[in-house]
Design a protein around this ligand. Structure first.
Ligand SMILES: Nc1nc2c(c(=O)[nH]1)N[C@H]1C(S)=C(S)[C@@H](COP(=O)(O)O)O[C@H]1N2
Ligand SMILES: [Mo]
Length: 550
């Protein structure tokens, strides 16, 4: 009996919440996908999350952090919905208040998050109204014998089951009716009505949810616009990587290490965008302003009309752990950012460029680094195709030698010339260093940690090393406590990319071996062995793997 009550209460709550979310998706299809209530709440949640928790999430879930966040939000919503449903069964007014509080959270999130606009409250409001209606209908369906003329609720108490004693005036009429009805003898008659109502609500939620999402894609996706786009040929194409692959994948070693070029589909992704910004090239423009002589505004065709250069650039994340995968090497096509800044006439005192994305991210780069002659790009292409949407379509910034969080603004729409003293960008507000260049790093990709190798048979120890815009001059590998031996290095087109390396090794006898790597940069600095956490300016330490020889 109690179980039936809990089931009914839980269903009422869950179905009301599901309808709220479904209707929210439909309405968001008319407003914009980012206005969907879950997205709005998710974005607010990311901003409220303390920096150490964010770091933990990136460390534990990496590229899947947003899937985990969204799943978490759904689980929390479901749990709270069950509570609201049970409250509603006891007293309808409490259920209605619960739903209103839910809706209020959505509205608050939309109004208080700078990535959102006022109109983003609309889906949450409609979703809330729909949920209130569903709750009323289902509570009524669960207790139809509360209809005028039906016996007073306590009469529903069966033989041997004492009537419940309730403080006077606590429950509203419908709530009292439902409480009495569910699980009591009269309930059998209500069950059908309740099940029908529930099925209708579930169908509504599903159709609205999936239909709403489909409509959002149809109306807002820029995938079609991206697919139709033809980028101009670069005035300076990137040097082809063919010789690189040959050196590392030598005939004696077989295929080893990581590919020189990270395919777009394998490229790591780090950002705070739960709803990936969808910007039509024709609606895009970049504004350069602040401490400049003349403000500059550039639309997409004006950007493409500039001389575009193509460069191999290795991008990496400050959150990359020693041996981690938040690093990738791609061929970027873009216009020189320094040229644009010179046209705008950036003031000498403007030591920081704060770049903003359409989703409200702010990223601050040192002006001097961007202007020092390196190939800092407003990129439009990646590996021969327009930037993938998740990597910043239609335009992003790439600055060789700087971590992504202080340079690589995706979906960039605004650059403000300002100072470090007067302006803190997003990650810096969370305690990450305002100014830092990439740290010298190296990684063993093969053999993998825990791999088994054969005694007396040569294997390739291979991997990558990087120190963008400084360059790698040497990579050394140590087996156990042995000598540091120099690895063979692949040629590179510039100092702005990672460098592949390989060292043949023959395990002399059975046992466990520790392989350790360190790089030396072009200035002769040896990679320090001291471990340093990724926070606040990037990890240091040597990558080590253990293998078994049999
Ligand atoms: N708009 C936006 N741009 C962003 C970020 C972000 O969260 N939002 N993250 C930055 C970080 S921390 C990194 S490491 C790079 C990652 O770029 P990728 O996802 O293309 O690999 O993007 C940078 N640009
Ligand atoms: Mo990053």
């Amino acid at each position: 009996m109690r179980l039936a009550r809990i089931g009914v209460g839980a269903s009422i709550g869950l179905l009301s919440a599901a309808v709220a979310l479904g209707v929210g998706e439909v309405v968001a299809a008319f407003v914009r996908p980012a206005a969907s209530p879950v997205i709005v709440v998710g974005n607010r949640f990311i901003l409220l999350t303390p920096e150490p928790v964010k770091r933990w999430a990136i460390r534990s879930f990496g590229t899947h952090d947003k899937t985990v966040l969204l799943s978490g939000i759904y689980v929390v919503i479901a749990a709270l919905a069950v509570v609201v449903g049970l409250l509603a069964l006891r007293r309808r007014r409490d259920g209605l208040i619960g739903i209103a509080v839910f809706g209020g959270i959505g509205v608050y999130a939309a109004l208080s998050t700078n990535a959102h606009r006022g109109s983003d409250v609309i889906p949450s409001i409609f979703g809330t109204l729909a949920a209130l209606a569903v709750l009323v209908v289902l509570v009524r369906a669960a207790g139809t014998d509360a209809a005028p003329g039906s016996p007073p609720p306590d009469a529903a108490a069966g033989p041997g089951r004492p009537a419940r004693v309730r403080p006077a005036g606590r429950a509203g009429p419908a709530g009292r009716a439902a409480a009495a009805a569910v699980g009591a003898p009269g309930w059998a008659a209500n069950r059908r009505g309740f099940l029908q109502g529930s099925a209708a609500a579930a169908a509504l939620a599903a159709v609205a949810g999936f239909g709403g999402r489909a409509a959002q894609h149809a109306r807002f996706d820029v995938a079609t616009a991206r697919a139709k786009l033809r980028l101009p040929a670069p005035v300076e194409p990137a040097v082809p990587p063919a010789p690189v692959a040959q050196v590392v994948n030598g005939p004696d070693l077989g295929k080893s290490g990581v590919p020189w070029n990270t395919p777009n589909s394998d490229f790591y992704r780090i950002d705070t965008a739960i709803s990936v910004p969808q910007i039509e090239p024709k609606n895009w423009s970049l504004r350069i302003h602040g401490m400049v002589d003349r403000e500059l505004r550039l639309n997409y065709s004006e950007l493409l009309a500039r001389p575009l250069i193509e460069r191999w650039i290795t991008l990496c994340c400050v959150s990359n752990e020693v041996g981690g995968g938040l690093v990738g090497n791609a061929r970027f096509l873009g216009a020189r950012l320094a040229d644009l800044l010179r046209e705008a006439g950036v003031h000498a005192g403007a030591d920081q460029l704060v770049m903003s994305s359409s989703d409200g991210m702010t990223i601050g780069a040192p002006t001097a680094v961007v202007m020092d002659g390196r190939d800092a790009l407003v990129a439009v292409g990646m590996n021969g195709v327009p930037l993938p949407i998740v990597h910043g379509f239609p335009a992003r910034i790439v600055v060789p030698g700087l971590y992504g969080y202080v340079s690589a603004c995706k979906w960039v729409v605004d650059i403000e010339a300002t100072t470090f003293a007067s302006n803190q960008a997003y990650w810096v507000q969370g305690g990450w260093s305002a100014q830092t260049e990439i740290k010298l790093q190296s990684r063993i990709d093969t053999p993998g940690s825990g791999a088994t190798v054969k005694v007396g048979q040569p294997v390739a120890i291979a991997g990558i090393a990087w120190d963008q815009h400084v360059g790698i001059s040497q990579v050394e590998v140590q087996v156990g406590k042995g000598e540091w031996r120099s690895a063979r290095l692949a040629p590179v087109p510039s100092t702005d990319t990672w460098r592949q390396w390989v060292l043949p090794w023959t395990p002399p006898k059975a046992g466990q071996y520790t392989l350790r790597v360190r790089a030396v940069d072009a200035a002769g600095t040896v990679q320090p062995p001291t471990y340093q956490d990724v926070f606040p300016s990037g990890a240091t330490g040597l990558h080590t793997v253990t293998v078994h020889a049999r």
